[in-house]
Design a protein around this ligand. Structure first.
Ligand SMILES: Cc1ncc(COP(=O)(O)O)c(C=O)c1O
Length: 380
């Protein structure tokens, strides 16, 4: 039967946006073959969608994974991972300096009987000491959010193996352009595709990439709880992916130039960018990242929160907003934004200060970003 979209074989250049919630069964044999898993047919949007499936294959390719499952947000992806693999009585190791919303999710997991251990990312070198017989998952980000600390993924896997624990790496900050955690030993890689994969501040999505058998397990969870991405967002994400490598390369080159410039500014201290020679994580970053060190950095402005606020208020090109990895350069004070999920006393526990700012370089010319910083620093 010819495809109604391509009756003469001239295929659309873009995956069609299939907004259907349900699909008509041709006959009962087709229904049986779909439900028995013999064919990859579509039945109901919560189960699967062809526009979403197309983007899943593309993200899987970026991460050199067998498959990938996409859902409604980065936190939905992380929560799907927790719900799929953790049981009451098991131990989950998380690092401070992980996106703040994990703290909230950890409170829910504790209510369900999961034991959560929080470690300082600076302690990752001693991870082995914290692995217990009941540790079933180690979840980490590298570079971390917001301080861009670097965790050695291969070493974390060796530690996780002591207890046969699953190693999950959130690759949102690094992006698959610079780092492929599965090749370094992670069992699963997670993304907030809202960020650099989408790249244009116009969609929310999450992704988990890994072996096919994990796709099946995660698919069970996604279908059960119903966080399948809508087809329109999947289409926007697919479009974002077309320029992802170009954007990632540019953002990292700009970040390196900006970090080198910031290093010379007397009002800046505690500059965290893994590309800098003096950065504590530079060597492990060099070993596990490629083609640059990403577009994320953090630094302290002046001495007080008001200094940081005056600096940000003076910026013109760089936008004061949360999120990251987008075409526009974005800046925020994590203490007042991404870490709001944590009680105030917890926000300052592991190196973040009230005057720490997090910068995500966009695709603007790097000179324009640096000029903007230079003029705004005069207001501090
Ligand atoms: C590293 C990281 N992981 C996960 C998330 C959560 O993603 P989302 O906002 O798409 O739920 C974020 C959000 O900022 C993030 O920075």
């Amino acid at each position: 039967m010819s495809d109604p979209l391509t009756p003469y074989g001239n295929k659309p250049m873009v995956t069609p946006i299939v907004n259907a919630v349900n699909y008509e069964y041709k006959d009962f044999e087709v229904l049986r073959r779909i439900t028995d898993g013999e064919i990859d047919g579509y039945t109901y949007h919560r189960d699967d969608n062809p526009t979403v499936r197309a983007v899943e294959k593309k993200i899987a390719a970026l991460e050199a994974a067998e498959d990938c499952i996409v859902c409604t947000s980065g936190m939905a992806a992380c929560t799907m991972v927790y719900l799929t693999y953790l049981k009451a009585g098991e131990n989950l190791i998380l690092f401070h300096d992980t996106y703040g919303a994990h703290y909230k999710v950890s409170l829910i997991l504790e209510r369900l009987g999961v034991e959560v251990t929080w470690l300082n990312a600076d302690e990752s070198i001693n991870l082995k000491q914290y692995i217990k017989a009941n540790t079933s998952m180690v979840f980490l980000e590298t570079p971390t959010n917001p301080l861009c600390k670097v965790i050695d993924i291969a070493a974390a896997r060796r530690a996780a193996d002591i207890a046969g624990a699953r190693l999950v790496v959130d690759n949102t900050f690094a992006t698959p352009f610079h780092q492929q955690p599965l090749a370094l030993g992670a069992h699963l890689v997670v993304h907030s595709a809202t960020k650099a994969l989408g790249g244009h501040n116009d969609l929310m999505a999450g992704a988990v990439a890994g072996p096919k058998e994990d796709y099946d397990k995660l698919w069970f969870t996604r279908q059960a709880i119903g966080c399948t991405l809508d087809a329109y967002s999947a289409s926007l994400l697919e479009r974002g992916l077309k320029t992802f490598a170009l954007r990632a390369e540019r953002m990292a080159a700009s970040a390196m130039a900006v970090a080198e410039y910031l290093h010379t500014e007397p009002l800046i201290s505690g500059l965290f960018y893994p590309g800098l020679n003096g950065h504590a994580g530079h060597l492990p970053a060099k070993a596990q990242m490629r083609g640059g060190f990403g577009g994320m950095m953090a630094f302290n402005v002046g001495k007080t929160q008001d200094d940081a606020k005056r600096f940000i208020s003076g910026l013109q090109t760089i936008k004061h907003a949360v999120s990251l990895g987008s075409t526009e350069s974005l800046i925020c004070i994590p203490y007042l934004t991404t870490m709001l999920y944590l009680p105030p006393e917890k926000r300052l526990e592991f190196g973040v200060k009230e005057n720490t700012v997090r910068l995500s370089t966009g695709v603007e010319p790097p000179e324009r970003i640096m000029e903007d910083i230079r003029q705004a620093l005069k207001k501090v």
